[in-house]
Design a protein around this ligand. Structure first.
Ligand code: SAM
Length: 249
């Protein structure tokens, strides 16, 4: 049920089709709208996001979240088959909640260190009936050392949480061998790729590809880095809370 006071999100099925080779079902579109309404409502109490206009929300939260999980014009193959996904530093639920909406066979763990955000997301998941998504409260540096989480995920998503080497140290320990980390970035340069290579290697990964794209409504530049886990991550990673950020690899 939509709230009559909230603006409607754009539907623009043809943009989904042209850019992601996919369109949401009516039910998925309804869930996107419900998510938008819950975030606007949550924003009155919590500082969840500055992005509140419908077009901007559609582009920067929904489209951007899903663009990151498209490789070679289709969703990452493990997703429809039931991947185990973790969204590290999910905040108000991005990119993890849109991913959970479009990949009902996958299990999506939404990790954040802020209790208020996790409480908010629990409410969103219950309202949207997203039984394939669950929350996890904690610091990635600690979660990555716990046997029930370490080396257990097929896909790790991380957007707006730190520099690329910090994101690599947060995500690679959580992946199974063969798993993939997606690091969402704005701008990115060749020099940054060269600087990141050593850190990724130390963590048991390799930079598989880097995608550059422009967002469909405002033509803003985005990049996604795809890191493949190719070897076991040495036990010292991730380092203790705060160290990846203070002493980047
Ligand atoms: N990923 C969301 C997005 O792109 O809209 C939220 C980004 S927000 C800028 C960063 C989030 O990461 C915050 O909610 C913060 O609590 C969380 N965070 C930062 N460091 C973290 C850590 N070490 N472990 C878990 N969560 C962390």
């Amino acid at each position: 049920m939509t709230n009559s006071t909230t603006p409607l999100l754009p539907e623009i099925a043809e943009i989904w089709q042209q850019t992601l080779n996919w369109q949401p079902t009516t039910q998925q579109q309804a869930k996107f709208q419900q998510l938008y309404e819950l975030i606007l409502e949550g924003n009155t109490q919590l500082n969840l996001t500055r992005i509140t206009e419908p077009q901007e929300f559609w582009e920067k939260h929904l489209w951007d979240s899903l663009r990151g999980i498209v490789l070679e014009k289709q969703f990452i193959p493990s997703l429809p088959e039931g991947a185990s996904v973790i969204d590290i530093g999910t905040g108000a639920g991005f990119p993890g909640i849109p991913v959970g909406i479009i990949a009902p066979n996958s299990t999506v763990t939404l990790l954040d260190s802020t209790r208020k955000k996790i409480t908010f997301i629990d409410k969103v998941l219950a309202t949207l009936g997203l039984s394939n998504c669950k929350t996890l409260l904690g610091r990635t540096e600690e979660i990555g050392q716990q046997t029930q989480h370490r080396q257990t995920y097929d896909l790790a998503l991380i957007r707006a949480v730190g520099t690329a080497s910090v994101c690599a140290e947060y995500s690679l320990p959580l992946l199974k061998q063969g798993g993939l980390a997606v690091i969402y970035r704005g701008t990115w340069t060749e020099e940054e790729t060269i600087a990141l290579q050593n850190a990724v290697k130390l963590l048991g990964g390799e930079i598989e590809s880097i995608a550059q794209f422009t967002t469909p409504l405002t033509d803003s530049i985005r990049h996604c880095l795809y890191l493949r886990k190719v070897a076991t991550t040495p036990p010292e990673f991730p380092r203790a809370v705060g160290i990846p950020h203070q002493k980047p690899l």
